[in-house]
Structures are given as C-alpha cells and as structure tokens.
Design a protein around this ligand. Sequence first.
Ligand SMILES: NC(=O)C1=CN([C@@H]2O[C@H](COP(=O)(O)OP(=O)(O)OC[C@H]3O[C@@H](n4cnc5c(N)ncnc54)[C@H](OP(=O)(O)O)[C@@H]3O)[C@@H](O)[C@H]2O)[C@@H](O)CC1
Ligand SMILES: Nc1ncnc2c1ncn2[C@@H]1O[C@H](COP(=O)(O)OP(=O)(O)O)[C@@H](O)[C@H]1O
Ligand SMILES: [K+]
Length: 515
Amino acid sequence: MKIFSAKQIYQADKYTIEKQQIKSDELMERVAIQIFNWLHLRLQGAPVKIQLFCGIGNNGGDGVAVARHLQEHGYAIEVHIVNYSEKRSDDFLLNLNRLKERKIWPNFINNDSEFPEISKEDIVIDAIFGIGLNRNPDAWVVKLMQKINTSEAFVLAVDLPSGLFTDKPVKNKDAVVKANHILSFQTPKLVFFLPETGVYANQWEIIDIGIDAEFIANTEVDYELISKLEVLPTYIPREKFAHKGTYGHALIIGGSYGKIGAVQLASKSCLRAGSGLVTAYLPKCGYVPMQTAVPEIMVLTDEHEEFITKIKFEITPDVIGLGIGLGTANETQKALGNFLKKNKTPLVLDADAINILALNEAFLKNLPAQTVLTPHPKELERLLGKWKDDFDKLKKAKAFSKKYDCVLVIKGAHTITVYDNKGYINTTGNPGMATAGSGDVLTGIITGLIAQGYGALKAAIFGVYLHGTSGDIAVEKLGYQALTASALIDSLGNAYIDLFKQPEQPPQVEEQEQQ
Ligand SMILES: NC(=O)C1=CN([C@@H]2O[C@H](COP(=O)(O)OP(=O)(O)OC[C@H]3O[C@@H](n4cnc5c(N)ncnc54)[C@H](OP(=O)(O)O)[C@@H]3O)[C@@H](O)[C@H]2O)[C@@H](O)CC1
Ligand SMILES: Nc1ncnc2c1ncn2[C@@H]1O[C@H](COP(=O)(O)OP(=O)(O)O)[C@@H](O)[C@H]1O
Ligand SMILES: [K+]
C-alpha cells in the first residue's frame, strides 16, 4: 500500500473532486459517514456521552459533520469548537451551519475558556488538527490536549492524533492527543511507523473514502507499506523437476569463541528459507558444535581456533551472509578487508561485518552492487553517524544507500528497507522478537532467498516480511516473553504456508430445503 505525503493527499483530494465531479464537502461527508458507521456499529445506540473536540479546519469539519450524524441517530453529544484561529475552512463553516440548522449549539473554546469536564466513561472524538498542522499548537490548546489525555476516556482520533505532524517529529510530548484508536483516511501516515512518533499511533485503521484509483496507481511515493498483497507476486514457486542445485548454495561466514550459536541460527534459517545447499565458515572451535547441531550444513573452518583470520574457500557460493557473531579482532578486520577486495559474490552483511565497515570506511567502496546490510539501530548509528530525528535518519539512510549502491535494512518494530530513494515499511512482527539471535535469523533468511534467485531488494523485503510472520505465528503458541530466535526458525515453514492462506470465511448457514 502506498503511503502518501500530506502534499499528495491534498492533490488526491483535488484530483478526485474534479474527476468524480463532486464538491469538496461531499468528500467530507463520505468521511463523516464512515466514522459515524464505525462508531454506530460498536455503540449500537448506547447512551454514552460523546464529546467531539473540533478544530476550525477540515479536520474540525469532519468532526462537526460526524456530530450531526450522531445526533440524528439519538446519541448524546457535546460539540466543542477549539477556536485556535480565525481562518476557518469553507467546509468547516458549511458543516457548522448544518449543525446550527438542527439546533445543535456548539461550545466555543478560546484561550481564556474553562474546559469542559470529561469523565472516563465518555467517548472523545479528536478532530482538532489533522494533516494541516504546521506549527506547534498554542499553550492553551496543549492544556486542552492534556485534559483529554488525563481523562481516561476512550479517544478516537480523526485522520491522525491531533498534534502529530506528518513530516517532522514532535518536540513537546504533551502537545499530542493520546488516541486509543485512529481512523485514518485512505492511506496510513508515515509517522505511524517511525519509532519516535509511532508511539502515538498504536492502533490505527484505514477508511476508504473513494480517492480516485487512477491517482493512487499513477502517483510515485517515497514509502510503501509491505503486507501479504505486496510480497505474494515476488514468490518463486518450486519446480517439479528441481534439484538442490536449482536453489543455490549459500555460504554463512561468522562466529568467534562464545558466539558460534549465531552462525547456527543464521545457517539453519538460511536452509529453512529454502537455500539448496548451505555451508558455514567458522573458526575451528565452531566445527564440532556446528556439525552436531545442524547435520544438513557443511562446515569449513579458519586456521584460528577462536576467531576468523582469513576468508578463503574453494567453493563457489551464489551468495554469502557474513558478520554474525564475527567479533572485531584486528585480524578479522584485516581478513574482511582483503576478502572484499577480491570478492564478486553477492553479500548480506550483518552485525560485526557492519561494525567493521563503520571502523574502516575505505572497505565500503569494495562492496558488490546491491549488497544487503541489516543493521539494528546501534549498528546503523555507527554506519551513518548520529541523526537528529527519525526523518533525518531516513534521509541519511537513503543517501548512504545511494552512495554505496546497497540495500539498507533498518531493523526495528517496523523494519524499513531502503533502496533507490524509496522505503519499504514492513507490517509483520511483534515485540516478542526483541530477543537474542532474532537478527541472525533474518540474515539467514535473506541470504537463503538470494541463493534461490531472488534479487537483493526483493529478498530483503520478502525476508523481513517472512521473518515477522514467523514471529507472529510463534507468539501465538509461546507468548511474547518465551519467544526465542530458534522458535522463529521453527515457524518459518508456516510463514510460507500462510502466504497462500485465504482469510477465514464466516461459517455458512445451510439453507433449509423447502418441503
Ligand atoms: N483525502 C483526505 O484525506 C481528506 C481529508 N480531510 C480532512 O482534512 C484534514 C486537513 O484539513 P486542513 O488542511 O484544513 O487542516 P487541519 O489539520 O484541519 O488544520 C487547520 C488549519 O490550522 C492551521 N494551523 C496549523 N497548525 C496550527 C497551529 N499549531 N495552531 C493554529 N493553527 C494551526 C493551518 O492553517 P494556517 O493557519 O497555517 O493557514 C491549518 O490549515 C485532514 O486531516 C482530514 O481530517 C477530509 O475532510 C476530506 C478528505
Ligand atoms: N518490537 C519489535 N517488533 C517487531 N520486530 C522486532 C521488535 N524488536 C526487534 N524486532 C526484530 O528482531 C530483530 C532483532 O535484530 P537484532 O537486534 O540484530 O538481534 P540480534 O543481534 O540479537 O540477532 C530485527 O529483525 C527486528 O526488526
Ligand atoms: K485529529
């Protein structure tokens, strides 16, 4: 699913209004009906008090229009106009008049007004600011937001929580409404997926307001949300007459004394991702544990007992996954530098391989085209330097990916894969995956996909998706705390099977035969 910027959303509105020959207030009416339906379905006419806090722009207009529908269906409403500016939008005014025609008199809140009482049994509709927020709200509006936030009432945000900008971070943490649920129009907002602002958007849902399909199809975006629909077309089916050679030979290089398990995890997940053959290259101390733990994996060893000092092998792998548990000993750094000078095989670099690149910037120019790098936040910081905020991080990541022609997988709750100026935001996974070795498994999966013939970018996007689905399947059986990296590997098969599962249908009621 494409993620539009605020500017593109305004363009989409304009385009849709012209193409469908509707007036702008009709689009607002679509929004209002959908929000009303969402509430009505859940409340079923319950006598709960609904307090609507509406700004003076189109976000406020949406809120005012929802109020009218609620009142028409007998709900107990209180409409508050948060009067933060004189510049009221036309559609806000139109809907305000429609309210007045129905003898609904809103309460106007100004900077010297007393705020209304909000009880924890109430429902609050937050329609103060939408995507038009372009500066910090005034102090009195922040106080009102605080009143909402401390009320313990259920808060439903219209389009996005008021106070969240679409293109910059939040400076004052008190100046954002904490919503329990967000109904966002047509497209989720980028800020829902970034660590600093995503904390304000735990629960969101998209409302389809009928934006023109041609506009959606033809508009290039900077970010795309990746779910099953997006990864399915990339799936390569197995051929009947295939043999293990068809699906490639992956080499996993890593490990040091005390960190052989990382290579076991990566090699095993590489095999389970579907690589035809997998060889592991480790220091000598890894030989016995590796051969014992995973019999399917072939093993090559370095001359050194405890860490890698030379990367030399006779085999010709299709892809190399490198860096897990590697350590950063001087000899290992030198070995990586020498290896990169000669290597032409596609690479997936993780963990200490990334740390070594950060310590030796000169190595970067020797990376083969489209090398996949999978840093966690600390490794990314070593690679890119400090960033000011999430937006700055993405900008730096895009520049880095362009400069070195690499696919940068920024790991996190919503892992973002960056390549060619574009970001692909993953939707699978859960906090149970914040556990030792989870990243090693991801390296193995991406390496295993490249071995089978997936291109680097596709392998990264698909690998991150499968890794997250494995986590989602594993957490069902194990819960968040007991989820381990090994459990991710055990669920990988079901993650593949899940790709082809249809959503569950409600049970059919058998028709009675007419006598
Ligand atoms: N396709 C869709 O998605 C559709 C979206 N729709 C809805 O429209 C919403 C966007 O509406 P909007 O453009 O009128 O902006 P909104 O957020 O209501 O802000 C109002 C104005 O406030 C101002 N302002 C900004 N910051 C400020 C501050 N700190 N303190 C004081 N004032 C401040 C700024 O004006 P300025 O003063 O800068 O001229 C701004 O224009 C969108 O979120 C969705 O709910 C639907 O109705 C139709 C289909
Ligand atoms: N809260 C979370 N939600 C979803 N995925 C997560 C979360 N925390 C971590 N992960 C995933 O788990 C993996 C952790 O990787 P990493 O930190 O490199 O682990 P390790 O170094 O222990 O192998 C990443 O793929 C990351 O996206
Ligand atoms: K809002």
